[in-house]
Design a protein around this ligand. Sequence first.
Ligand SMILES: Cc1cc2nc3c(=O)[nH]c(=O)nc-3n(C[C@H](O)[C@H](O)[C@H](O)COP(=O)(O)OP(=O)(O)OC[C@H]3O[C@@H](n4cnc5c(N)ncnc54)[C@H](O)[C@@H]3O)c2cc1C
Length: 388
Amino acid sequence: MLRTNVCVVGAGPAGTVASLFLSKNKVPHILVDRAIFPREKVCGEFFDGRLQHVLNKIHPDFMQRMQEKNIIQVIRRYAFINSNLKQIVIDTPLNMTARISANRYDFDNYLLTEALKSEYVQYFDNTNISEGAVTEKGVSLSNSTKSFEIEAQAAILATGSNSPLSQKLVPQNRAKGHFLLAARGYYRNIAKPENQNRTQVYIFRQPFPYFLCLVHLPNNLATAEVCILKTVAAKHRASPESLLLNVIREHPEIKKIFANATLKGKIKGTSLSNTSGKHPISADRVLLAGSCGSNVNPLTGWGVGHAVFEAMCAVNQYTTSVKKNDFSAKAFQEYDKKIHRALGNERLFGRWADWAVMYGFTPLDFLIGFIASTPWLSRKASAFINGI
Ligand SMILES: Cc1cc2nc3c(=O)[nH]c(=O)nc-3n(C[C@H](O)[C@H](O)[C@H](O)COP(=O)(O)OP(=O)(O)OC[C@H]3O[C@@H](n4cnc5c(N)ncnc54)[C@H](O)[C@@H]3O)c2cc1C
């Protein structure tokens, strides 16, 4: 049996950032992941400015070093494009924190490598934590055979969406079920509009509603990702993988963008859960960080930014609880309140996006067209999305 102050389960962005903050606070801890890194993660790979804000709190040069190593790339322009190719262009002003793009394979691996430089962390990979129980003395976590057991003062679970472990330890955080299916391919040499690394979200209504995101990554790579409602895919017997290949091959505009492009590796699929409501994200001795506690709609791109922000706040909560020697659910409610206060509006917007994708594809399509053809509204929409 291993004993430690904090056990962080999951070494994605939320888990590694929690580990980095624990090390910064000189807290001995254990980090565990069931995968062996580097590992792939299907994602839109376009992150909001909160990420920059959080990583800079670990070290003021953190983001700069990632940029110098070509792990991340700053993106100041993105566009929502409707089925008639009318577009709302969002520019992030220079005085505002920009969005970031990165290949998750490199990004997650870089964060983990940085986290493991610390003397305060013990890391175990290839270890699936399936069992968990909270006692008066602490929280115990183990694999199914109990050949690997940890007892800790508190646990930060960062196990990603639809995690059985987080649902077991924080049952009030209800599972949301899958509602979107996605497929992602990496391409080299896709054409850049206006020669810029511009992220583009296309809404299509034919042959049925779905959307396509194109994100330029470092090293001349780009992510092309299609998302489709699970019910629509079932009704039309459509797979997001074939939709992605078809739109690249057949859509007159998209075809041009991919004229010289080559697919790198295989197209991979995944599914997504609905955006979380105001569900509890903590319980006795347990704090949830990242998408095991709360999901986001990929249309909004707030996933990784939210995950690392929650990880930072979870470590702050742990530090406060150490001072008061109180790791109860009641004490941890402060963490829930802080997250709901800081991210509540964005979550609400995410749920509207869920709604738009589920029931309002046609109105969304028209709305984008209407806003795009009214310059004043376009400027207002851009300001709203930038939060100014
Ligand atoms: C199709 C799609 C598109 C998306 N697009 C975007 C986007 O454009 N921008 C954005 O910001 N976000 C996007 N997201 C969301 C983003 O991927 C998540 O917000 C982000 O990955 C959350 O990070 P995390 O650390 O919480 O979880 P994850 O990155 O999922 O990491 C969880 C880790 O926990 C490990 N783990 C799980 N269970 C266990 C266990 N029992 N024991 C040990 N280890 C375990 C896993 O191996 C994994 O490494 C998208 C998601 C999807 C599915």
